[in-house]
Design a protein around this ligand. Sequence first.
Ligand code: SF4
Length: 131
Amino acid sequence: MRSPTSIVDVDRPDTWSRYKVGMCNSCAANCCTMPVEVKLPDLVRLGLVDPFEAEHEEPKQIAKRLIKMKMIEHFNFKNCIFTLNRKSNGDCHYLDTTTRRCTVYENRPSTCKLHPQVGPKPGFCPYGRSV
Ligand code: SF4
């Protein structure tokens, strides 16, 4: 997986840094290269599923459509959790390659809003200075 600095490895929380307010401003958005698990309301907010479909369509059918569209890469049937698809370099589909900023920030999934308070290592993040 992509990692712009030599010491941080997004897959190894033991290499992460303790989160401090403001550090996102100089980060290369490494957290946006991690798998993002989302629920139906997140998909509605992102405009990938319309509210009527969310209420009346089987989640499995919705997942099939979104996998075909390459918007999600996995669906956990048991927990009704979708995993957003990523680009070939590991970036989230919604991450701007140049600015390293989220293009759907106001409507981003709850998982993203809660990071890093909730996640593999609460209070820590895979900070890596942007180059
Ligand atoms: S939706 Fe936005 S905040 Fe969440 S991982 Fe993608 S680019 Fe990052």
